[in-house]
Design a protein around this ligand. Structure first.
Ligand code: SAH
Length: 369
């Protein structure tokens, strides 16, 4: 199922592109009292206003004044794809016409939103479709928040977001300034979205020297390990391995200042015959020994042209059991939204431009797995 909306964009300063301090300065420049800053920010984030005329606790004259200087620069359009399993992929068209994707994933009692931090990705992990795009550009803080605001606009009646994961397109730690500002707007309770940082997880492919910055945001950290030897990691994730070896990454994980009652998450994509054998599982538990963590196992999600295959379920279960027996929770992530290319590692802009042949291949892959 698909829906397209298009919004016209007036000119002026984009209020969403300002942080709290900049909004305060802007309000002061207009000669307005300081409480107006909170009023404007609440309209933007809590009430998701799309036009200044909606800001009805400002007088008509003030709205006219604000409208002559500023605008609310939301995405130009949003296309929604709905998977047979209820997963929804939102493709947002940004002001420069580039596209970025966010995914809504309903589960029994949860509704997780997976958001992107870059158009394309700085890194080149060989199993990830986003990696084949290269980096188009970093997202700005408001373009990250846009994904959340738009997701709210598309919730089914009675639905409520429960978790947020920065596991969409891009490497979040390669865009730290925008990530931090987005987390600030998400977690601010006075005028922002009021999220608890405990419900937010940032996932990194392993920019070791930047891990501690995630700790200062108060959110959860997930690390995509995916390999258990330096050679294997260099082969699967060449760019990030060039930045930090497995050894450097694991020692940064050991030094990570975990808050009380929290643990790290390691993610591990299982690639048939490549990193899913018993020897891999045993090396994995030896590598993470002593780290307070759990291991999320992700069956590989295929995409047109990918050179890896999904492990069979017995192999996945054997792997999971070895990690579990070593004392670590080892849940297997159920593939979601494969039929609309919305599962982990399947995000690439302009899905609607897939050829009919690719679409058929995709449907066939979703059905056989
Ligand atoms: N750059 C960040 C976040 C985006 S990827 C990171 O690497 O963590 C989110 C997760 O999806 C990572 O754990 C990644 O290893 C995994 N992934 C990438 N491609 C995949 C694929 N084709 N199938 C399954 N998981 C994949």
């Amino acid at each position: 199922m698909r829906g397209v909306e298009t919004m016209a964009q007036p000119a002026g300063i984009n209020l969403l592109a300002l942080n709290e301090l900049e909004t305060t300065a802007f309000v002061r420049r207009l000669g307005w009292p300081s409480y107006r800053t909170g009023q404007i920010l609440r309209w933007l984030y809590q009430r998701r206003a799309r036009t200044i005329s909606q800001m009805t606790d400002l007088s008509q004259a003030d709205r006219a004044r604000l409208g002559s200087e500023a605008r609310i620069g939301r995405a130009l359009a949003c296309t929604v794809f709905r998977s047979a399993d209820g997963t929804r992929k939102l493709i947002l068209k940004l002001e420069d016409e580039l596209e970025v994707e966010a995914v809504l994933i309903p589960d029994d009692e949860r509704l997780t939103l997976c958001v992107s931090t870059q158009v394309g990705c700085t890194l080149d992990c060989g199993f990830c479709l986003t990696g084949t795009m290269g980096l188009k550009r970093n997202l700005k803080a408001h373009e990250i928040i846009e994904q959340v605001l738009t997701a709210h606009d598309h919730l089914d009646p009675g639905e409520r977001l429960s978790n947020m994961v920065f596991m969409g397109m891009g490497e979040p730690l390669a865009n730290l300034a925008a990530l931090s500002e987005a987390v600030c707007r998400l977690t601010n309770a006075k005028w922002g979205l009021g999220w608890s940082p405990r419900r937010i997880t940032v996932s990194t492919a392993g920019l070791a020297s930047k891990l501690h910055e995630v700790a200062s945001l108060g959110v959860n950290l997930a690390i995509s390990l995916n390999a258990t030897t330096e050679e294997q990691r260099a082969r699967l994730m060449p760019a990030v391995h060039g930045i930090a070896s497995l050894k450097t990454l694991l020692s940064a994980c050991r030094r990570y200042p975990l808050a009380r009652h929290r643990r790290l998450t390691f993610e591990y994509v299982l690639l048939a015959g490549v990193n899913d054998r018993e020897a891999d599982a045993k090396r994995l538990v030896a590598l993470i020994r002593g780290i307070n963590c759990k291991v999320n196992l992700i069956p590989f999600n295929p995409w047109p042209g990918s050179k890896y295959e999904c492990s069979d379920w017995e192999q996945i279960e054997r792997f999971s059991q070895i990690v579990f027996d070593a004392g670590y929770a080892s849940p297997v992530r159920t593939p979601r939204g494969r039929d609309i290319l919305a599962a982990c590692g399947q995000l690439k802009s302009a899905t609607e431009k897939l050829s009919a042949r690719e679409r058929m291949a995709l449907r066939a892959m979703a059905m056989v797995e």
